[in-house]
Design a protein around this ligand. Structure first.
Ligand SMILES: [Ca+2]
Ligand SMILES: [Ca+2]
Length: 267
């Protein structure tokens, strides 16, 4: 099928209504141990518990290209994940502590998010914006510095969409102002990056923010998930397998970290 037809099919499909979502049943236990639903990790970031259990990963039968990535049930142990995308101020602290290299962008890049492509992440006005211009390796280094790690693709997807196979973090139907995507700023209010957590109505069933849009996020497998301020809705679907980028870093590429329930460095 020609590429433009695939794009048109995607565009039509995204606006189709869909069926209701059943309630989910999961426990907040790890073995017999009750777990805190959220807490603060070493870098000061709030982390949210994603409970043990199965979830539906991938694309439903009626979604384009689902034959390559069909719905399947995946079991995951409980884990924690950052509530928000890692911000410039968080990343800056790691740089100042000598744990991380500075992020970087090409100054004259046409989409650049700041007039000074080198210093955007030091701008006070952008402290709470997600850090961008970080490679997969830099993202992993930050997470380890913070006592965490990059999420598995499956963990990221469960944290985004819950257990019930919904298309978006908030439900099955596309809602144009629940996320920061590429609409020119007139619908969601942001032409480029938004501060982390700007879309509370777009939160996931566990309360994780910006799992659709704003920055697409590195996961453990070198893939970027969730789409960005530069993406169309189809890429903001939680079950979209995501894409390896042809470039190592960009102004819409960021990340968040995950953490095991019992970190190996705790004794
Ligand atoms: Ca936008
Ligand atoms: Ca995101």
């Amino acid at each position: 099928m020609p590429a433009f037809l695939v794009i048109i099919l995607y565009a039509l499909w995204i606006f189709m209504p869909s069926s209701a979502i059943p309630a989910e049943k999961e426990g907040l236990f790890y073995g017999a141990k009750a777990l805190e639903p959220s807490k603060i990790s070493r870098d000061g970031a709030e982390i949210i518990l994603i409970p043990e259990g199965e979830f539906i990963m991938g694309l439903a039968e009626d979604e384009p290209l689902s034959e390559k990535n069909p719905h399947k049930k995946i079991y995951l142990k409980a884990f924690y994940i950052d509530k928000y995308e890692v911000t410039n101020s968080q990343y800056h602290r790691c740089v100042n502590a000598g744990g991380c290299d500075e992020p970087s962008l090409i100054i004259d890049y046409p989409r650049t998010i700041h007039e000074d492509g080198k210093k955007w992440y030091r701008d006070k006005k952008m402290e709470n914006h997600p850090v961008v211009g970080v490679t997969w390796r830099q993202a992993g280094i930050y997470c380890r510095w913070a006592g965490k790690r990059l999420p598995l693709s499956s963990e990221w997807e469960k944290a985004a969409r819950g257990a019930d196979g919904r298309r978006f973090p908030w439900g099955n139907d596309w809602v144009a102002n629940n996320a920061n995507w590429d609409e020119g700023g007139k619908i969601d209010g942001y032409k480029k990056l938004a501060p982390a957590g700007s879309f509370p109505k777009g939160k996931s069933p566990y309360g994780v923010m910006d799992m659709a849009g704003n920055v697409r996020e590195w996961v453990d497998s070198h893939v970027l998930k969730g789409g960005s301020w530069y993406s169309w809705p189809v890429s903001l679907r939680s079950g979209d397998p995501g894409h390896e980028s042809p470039v190592e870093r960009d102004d819409d590429m960021g990340f968040r970290c995950a953490m095991d329930i019992e970190p190996s460095n705790e004794h």
